[in-house]
Design a protein around this ligand. Sequence first.
Ligand SMILES: Nc1ncnc2c1ncn2[C@@H]1O[C@H](COP(=O)(O)OP(=O)(O)OP(=O)(O)O)[C@@H](O)[C@H]1O
Length: 254
Amino acid sequence: MSALLTVKNLSMRFGGLLAVDGVNLTVEPGQVVSMIGPNGAGKTTVFNCLTGFYKPTGGDILLRGEPVQGLPGHKIAHKGVVRTFQNVRLFKDMTAIENLLIAQHRHLNTNFLAGLIKTPGFRRSEREAMDFAAQWLERVRLTDVANRPANTLAYGQQRRLEIARCMMTRPQLLMLDEPAAGLNPRETDELEHLIAELRTQHNITVLLIEHDMKLVMSISDHIFVINQGRPLADGTPEQVRNHPEVIKAYLGES
Ligand SMILES: Nc1ncnc2c1ncn2[C@@H]1O[C@H](COP(=O)(O)OP(=O)(O)OP(=O)(O)O)[C@@H](O)[C@H]1O
């Protein structure tokens, strides 16, 4: 079975700072894989390289074996890679359902004339978009707030709406950057269930950056640890938890 994502020897330099230096990652289809490391380790920079926000200084990024390093973000997104950001980025004045409808724009029949005279094909594609959005609102347990503006939702609800919005593009790889940041313990549990459902019921592959170790340890199939831009360790949660270098990096032991 070929990996969904393979990252080899990735590096990213900002002037004199080598923020990412020789990072490797492998993500198999259907896995939940986490990238952890202390603040400033280079995790978000790796995400930015993977999604075409940055052009990496060196290394290879392969999506199902096809090189994608250096491609612009929209091309990588078209290949089925979507992400969330550390800070929530919804259309705040739009309702929850509108946020999901607008995310389907690329999949809709947006022919101007078809829209003007509302052809049967246009109506059908509108109805399908609404059904798909409603399905995902239900899956992330937001049906009851479908018509509320996004900025009036609780923070945990906004996080789940962002994940639903990612699903509108039917991604192969969902990348979540610190999805549990700012969530209370109950919201974090809901997030954990949601990620588990994405994998088991919807066959979604997830690459996660997260500082909440309880979440990371319980949900991940494999964990990559980076420290100061360099790979430090990788393995199962059990292997990583007991790795002396990881303990040292996190606890600052000598
Ligand atoms: N656009 C940029 N220009 C210059 N330096 C940058 C840029 N982006 C990130 N860096 C630097 O690269 C290093 C890695 O930052 P990055 O945000 O990737 O770390 P991180 O592991 O995601 O940290 P955190 O867990 O705190 O979010 C930091 O020293 C940061 O200041």
